[in-house]
Design a protein around this ligand. Sequence first.
Ligand code: BT5
Length: 247
Amino acid sequence: MSPTLWRVEHFDEIDSTNTYVKDRAHEAEGLVALADFQTVGRGRLDRHWEAPARSSLLCSILFRPVLETTQLQLFVALVALSTRSALERLSGLRVALKWPNDLVVGGDKLAGLLAEIVSSGEALAVIVGIGVNLTYDGPADVASSSVLAQTGLTIAPRALLDILLEEIDSRRALLDDQRGRGALRDEYLRALATIDQQVRVEQSDHVVEGLAVGVDHEGRLLVEVEGEVQTFAVGDVVHVRAHEDHR
Ligand code: BT5
């Protein structure tokens, strides 16, 4: 498959890049919104994403999957793994992934992803937004960090975006067939700090504790609870024990 035709639209200020791309979900794959500042940066479940102007990579990418909505978490994996590789190429920094949507360094949150689905009739769009702390260490009350704090390097958001899009290009076709999805899942498993950790999965109506043992073919987390493996598609995961530093 040839590389995607990326169409990057840059904004000095916007409400939220995810909202912008969501409103254009009917367009072809490859639309990217990039912002210096968001007035209403969004996390999941109505949470906020904080980032002073020009301190972070703030962008959202439009995909048009060939398969069904169950691929959502695989697109999160695709963008998270690509961001991880781009950061390593640009700064040497090694980050780990925390299921379902964080990039972490030694337990501190360095980046978060927000994936949303828009479907109208047969057509399906997946929007993946990402915020990466480049020079801002994150809110004071959150265990968070930045590329600058970790490496001493100041990376320009656009430089990171360009390498990120290259990395997505090198993986995007994997999502279009079963074998490719298997290869992506293998890379995902290797990058996930969550695996082999004692975790607490907090869902809207209940909390489960157990050992994270893997992810399935749709990127859902597999947690062993009292000898039985349960599957989680959404939910917030807390690593119960401190895990090793993945830098
Ligand atoms: C996320 O949500 O981590 C998804 C963040 C996605 C942000 C990008 S920026 C570009 C695009 N456009 C948008 O509007 N959003 C996307 P969640 O897992 O719900 O985490 C949100 C929580 O992270 C907040 O409640 C804070 O505790 C914490 N947080 C906020 N800003 C942070 C930052 N800069 N660094 C680290 N943690 C932060």
